[in-house]
Design a protein around this ligand. Structure first.
Ligand SMILES: [Zn+2]
Length: 81
């Protein structure tokens, strides 16, 4: 399964370009991995004692959990460290 990094639409492995925006398609797991990595970096870069940013952190964490779960359910056979 391939995915468009711009609009998130899913395509078959045979397809190389997104039919909607013409972007180059990437392997779904690569895209999810990058998204999770980015979110992890964002979360760890946020100062723990910044009450104004607390809701942002919470939103990021929720997003990260959702992404993680989605990624894991699509990769039931792969093991993560
Ligand atoms: Zn697209």
């Amino acid at each position: 399964m391939k995915i468009c990094p711009s609009c998130g639409k899913e395509f078959h492995d045979m397809d190389n370009f997104c039919m909607l925006c013409g972007d180059k398609l990437k392997q779904k797991e690569d895209v999810f991995h990058k998204k999770i990595e980015k979110l992890e970096k964002k979360i760890s870069a946020m100062p723990a004692a910044a009450p104004a940013k607390h809701s942002d952190v919470q939103a990021l964490r929720n997003r990260w959990t959702r992404l993680n779960r989605r990624w894991e359910t699509s990769h039931l056979h792969s093991r993560r460290p």
